[in-house]
Design a protein around this ligand. Structure first.
Ligand SMILES: *Cc1c(COP(=O)(O)O)cnc(C)c1O
Length: 491
């Protein structure tokens, strides 16, 4: 059989097979439609309050901390060192961060100032950064290609104004541009002129979770870096999905096909002065986050006085700098997870699974944001309800997520008029530019059939969209981060 090559179909069949197998599984509790609907009514139709044990379908509420860990990760947790100072995992993490993101992101603190800060989640890393730059004056603004909800909240708590500069392609349904997560750099330039001396840092979220989970091109990263540095402003990444973003650069940006994911990641982080990250996403960890400031970068040079403030904050609120807010065993699972997340086998399957989930929706005529990003499928709520009586103030996305969970057992998340909207002082609705329901795909957790069944359930709702009524908000409408708190009734 020395002519076996004629049978080989270049990769196209091979990639459809998962590059891993089930190591252990968990059976779900049975739960009827009646029980789900009754429970949802009791929790005010807010799917965040709904018990996860009663999610009989796919739980696509978030891809954060919901990763199924590898057996190496579980095994590594037994090696977790829970020492108060200088635990073993800290040094392993230091080497891993340096090897993935660059040597300048994790100083040896016996020699240099601390520049790598471990936190229990991304949001506390954000707070630490914004609390320090908030001291730089009044009326500050922080532009981004799309601030995540906690990032926005942490900026506002520190009396700074977050600004979103979504790309023009994002709301253009005709556009097939693969990097709709890019920042609109023309708008950035005018923002910098309007707010001269008031921009402490410029942010780029990779991938752009608030902007439809869309990736950001290397070219955009370079452009924003150039604008930031010409204006003497430090440039940071919100790096939660850095590896998935690198996959898109490799596959869709000219000149990167032959480069390894690891090299692309290194290049991405070579242009920035620091980053905040949640390791609950592309750390494949159930818990963890960090703030990393490049030694010799613009932030480090301009604001080295903040490094001690951040350390004080970390010690006061999270823990000794060698573990931050993480347990030693979580640090070990993170070190392992970072290795897996940049491997091409893992990423190829991961992102393609999400793409195929998007295809399953499109095939059924469901209006989603295309091209699909790396961690989630975003359904366009405005287009879903087009031609029906649903009004923006009736929050059709909330009705949809409640019914999807109640009737079919799948949990998704409204990220649109309700989550990102707010009220004026006299109680009028302010709606954001984007109106999505997000189906976030947890890493290594579901199989193709599971996701097909979600698409089929969404189609059932889509076919009956005329019959879906809106909701009234009975409490929490005026609160910040209201989607986590509000309760609703169907009209
Ligand atoms: C999840 C997330 C955060 C916050 O991280 P947590 O670990 O959940 O606190 C920040 N930015 C983006 C883009 C995220 O997806």
């Amino acid at each position: 059989m020395d002519n076996w090559r004629i049978f080989k179909d270049e990769n196209s069949l091979e990639y459809k097979v998962r590059p891993y197998f089930n190591h252990s599984v968990e059976f779900k509790k049975h739960c009827s439609v009646e029980e789900r609907m009754k429970t949802l009514e009791e929790v005010g139709w807010n799917v965040f309050f709904y018990p996860a044990e009663m999610v009989t379908g796919c739980d696509l509420l978030s891809d954060s901390g919901t990763t199924t860990m590898t057996n190496q990760q579980w095994a590594s947790m037994h090696y977790g060192d829970e020492s108060y100072g200088g635990n073993k995992g800290y040094f392993l993490l230091r080497d891993k961060i340096k090897s993935i993101f660059g040597d300048d992101y994790f100083n040896d603190i016996s020699i240099n100032k601390p520049n790598a800060f471990i936190f229990h989640q991304g949001r506390s890393a954000e707070y630490a950064l914004f609390a320090s730059v908030g001291q730089l004056g009044q009326g500050l603004v922080i532009p981004s290609n799309g601030h995540f909800d906690t990032t926005k909240a942490n900026i506002e708590i520190n009396n700074i104004s977050p600004i979103n500069l979504f790309s023009k392609d994002l709301r253009n349904n005709e556009s097939t541009f693969p990097f709709k997560g890019n920042m609109d750099t023309d708008k950035l330039k005018s923002i910098l002129i309007e707010n001269l001396g008031k921009v402490p840092v410029i942010y780029l979220t990779v991938t752009n979770n608030t902007g439809g989970g869309q990736p950001v091109s290397m070219q955009n990263i370079k452009e924003v870096a150039k604008i930031s540095h010409t204006n003497n402003i430090p440039f940071f990444l919100d790096a939660c999905r850095f590896a998935e973003n690198a996959w898109f650069i490799k596959n869709f940006e000219e000149g990167y096909k032959e480069k390894s994911i690891k090299d692309i990641v290194k290049e991405m982080f070579s242009y920035v002065d620091g980053f905040t990250v949640s390791f609950k996403k592309d750390g494949l960890s159930n818990m963890g986050g960090g703030l990393f400031i490049k030694q010799g970068g613009l932030f480090y040079e301009k604001h080295s006085n903040f490094l001690d403030d951040i350390t004080n904050y970390q010690i006061g609120r999270e823990g000794n700098p060698s573990y931050g807010g993480m347990s030693g065993r979580d640090i070990m699972s993170l070190v392992e997870g970072l290795d897996t997340v940049v491997s091409e086998d893992y990423l190829n399957y991961r992102v393609r699974q999400v793409q195929e989930f998007g295809d399953a929706m499109t095939k059924r005529g469901i209006p989603i944001l295309t091209p699909v990003g790396g961690h989630a499928v975003y359904m366009d709520v405005d287009r879903f309800f087009e031609g029906t009586d649903m009004k923006p103030e009736n929050f059709g996305g909330i009705s949809f997520t409640a019914l999807l969970l109640g009737l079919y057992g799948h949990r998704a998340c409204e990220l649109g008029h309700f989550a990102f909207g707010s009220l004026t002082k006299d109680g009028k609705d302010i709606f954001p530019d984007v109106n999505f329901v997000r189906f976030a795909v947890p890493r290594l957790r579901y199989e193709k059939d599971d996701l097909e069944s979600v698409a089929e359930s969404v189609k059932c709702l889509y076919d009956n969209r005329d019959l879906i009524s809106g909701v009234n908000v009975i409490s929490g409408k005026e609160l910040p981060l209201r989607h986590f708190k509000a309760r609703f009734v169907f009209k």
